[in-house]
Design a protein around this ligand. Structure first.
Ligand code: KIV
Ligand code: ZN
Length: 512
């Protein structure tokens, strides 16, 4: 019988450390519920000591999640561990994850401690965590660059102190697959009490090897893999969950292990995370990229028509592609809409469903077909919004080859209407400059991207903007069949997020 590899998802913690990927509490709950549906064994929900927002997000996720374990991260500090436990203790299956650097370079320059001090400190903090929680994971940070004999000693001490999971992070993405697999083998052979703990791995993608390293570790005996949806995470990201899972499934002949992931939810989950974080998925990304299952060459198309297995090693349906095309038209009812939204991972309150239903009907009247991507856009627009200090009331733009682009904008600011007009280099520039003047804001535009989210010229335009002000960087999104209105909505959404960030700053994230 095949053994299980546990999937530990850290999209909401390490994934959220991607530049500009910060999510608000409601968005994190949506993602957590979808991860649970997907079947992940553990959800690392955040780093509660980092900010009040992180604490609240972990607490609320812990209240909602039933099947997956909910894990909170803490440094090896009593204050961190107590805060993490406070956030996660309400979970049906709570877990604490404590970490401490063990490589000489981190000891010398970051911790300013010697090896013996680190060894004692790790054991002491794991013991403390175990007094609070029965499920404690310990990570020796920068493990792959730690002197192996010292690493074995720390792991043995952590297990002795009560850790039931020991996790081996390749924190800076330095390892190669053969080397990392060998390290896992050595740990299994050299740590006397390793059979009392689950051996986990956590790989970063700085050299593009995070998935390969994770798989090498599984072959060497690791039985938990830490990963994120779409591979988002610190710097170049983490091992991509969908790639790890599909490699284990498609090449079960090589790996001989199973996961509990419902693979047909991989694509909807990838879409959700991409939309919420504003981080697009590259078209050639394995499993979930737009081109992952499209065949361009004539020879390949010919083969596919004769027998799909000629050029397809897994079916698009097995990862949730192909179920996302047209399903709903204007005659579809509220119930059909609710069903479809649940499949996509959105459980809405009756009030939210009402608002989404009105928008859906309006769109279905205008366009013949409404696609899953349209529904996601409507939910994003109507439900997953931060509190709105600014609201777009109307936008009128004139532009063309012989006019100076001009925008007239009316906004509601704290419930009071304000209007203004202005010029710009193009219609988008005119719109953004006018909004900035009316709101008296001076945010720097760092990125602007338009995407037609469904095919055809009647498609909804999806605009993503990234703004920076006072050291905060946020992503705003807007959707509308008119791309200029979508742009204005995205800009206003980003301003609202900056306001929210001012109130709930991410305090010590930078230190990690
Ligand atoms: O990459 C890393 O080392 C981490 C630890 C907190 C596990 O994210
Ligand atoms: Zn990490």
């Amino acid at each position: 019988m095949a053994e299980y590899v546990q999937i530990f998802d850290t999209t909401l913690r390490d994934g959220e450390q991607s530049p500009g990927a910060t999510m608000n509490v409601e968005e994190k709950i949506q993602v957590a519920l979808q991860l649970e549906r997907l079947g992940v064994d553990s959800i690392e929900a955040g780093f509660p000591v980092a900010s009040e927002g992180d604490f609240q997000a972990v607490r609320r996720i812990a209240e909602r999640i039933q099947d997956s374990k909910v894990v909170a991260l803490a440094r090896c500090e009593k204050m961190d561990i107590e805060r993490a436990w406070d956030a996660v203790r309400v979970a049906r299956r709570p877990g604490l994850h404590v970490f401490l650097s063990t490589s000489d370079i981190h000891l010398r320059y970051q911790l300013r401690k010697d090896r013996q001090e680190v060894l004692d400190w790790a054991a002491q903090m794991v013991r403390f965590a175990r007094q609070l929680c029965d499920d404690v994971e310990f990570s020796p940070m920068d493990a792959s660059r730690t002197e192996p004999t010292f690493l074995f000693q720390v792991l043995e001490a952590a297990i002795e102190a009560g850790a039931n999971i020991v996790n081996i992070p390749d924190t800076v993405g330095y390892a190669t697959p053969d080397e990392f697999g060998e390290l896992i083998r050595q740990i299994r052979n050299s740590v006397a009490n390793i059979d009392k703990a689950t051996l986990s791995v956590h790989c970063h993608n700085d050299l593009g090897l995070a998935v390969a390293n994770s798989l090498a570790a599984v072959l060497a005996g690791a039985r938990q893999v830490e990963c994120t949806i779409n591979g988002i995470g610190e710097r170049a990201g983490n091992a991509a969950l969908e790639e790890v899972v599909m490699a284990l499934k498609t090449r079960a002949d090589r790996f001989g292990v199973e996961t509990r992931i419902r693979t047909e939810l991989l694509y909807p989950t990838s879409r959700m995370v991409s939309r919420i974080t504003g981080i697009p998925v590259q078209p050639n990304k394995a499993i979930v990229g737009a081109n992952a299952f499209s065949h361009e060459s004539g020879i390949h198309q010919d083969g596919i028509l004769k027998d799909k297995r000629t050029y397809e090693i897994m079916t698009p349906e097995s990862v949730g592609w192909g179920q996302t095309s047209l399903v709903l038209g204007k005659h579809s009812g509220r119930h059909a809409l609710k069903d479809r939204l649940e499949k996509l991972g959105y459980e809405l309150t009756p009030e939210d469903l009402d608002r989404v239903f009105q928008r859906f009907k309006a769109l279905a009247d205008k366009n013949k077909d409404v696609y899953d991507e349209d529904l996601e856009a409507i939910v994003e627009d109507e439900v997953l919004r931060v509190p709105e200090k600014y609201k777009l009331v109307y936008l009128h733009v004139t532009s063309g080859s012989v006019t100076v682009p001009t925008a007239s904008v009316k906004l509601e600011i704290d419930g009071v209407e304000h209007a203004g007009a202005g010029f710009g280099i193009g219609p988008v520039d005119a719109t953004f400059q006018t909004i900035a003047r009316i709101t008296g804001t001076k945010a720097k535009l760092k990125r602007f991207a338009i995407n037609a989210i469904t095919g055809g010229s009647d498609a909804q335009g999806e605009v993503t903007v990234r703004l920076e002000a006072n050291g905060h960087e946020v992503v705003g999104q807007g959707t509308h069949p008119d791309v200029l209105v979508a742009s204005a909505k995205a800009y206003v959404n980003a301003l609202n997020r900056l306001e929210y960030r001012k109130r709930y700053p991410l305090q010590i994230k930078e230190e990690m």
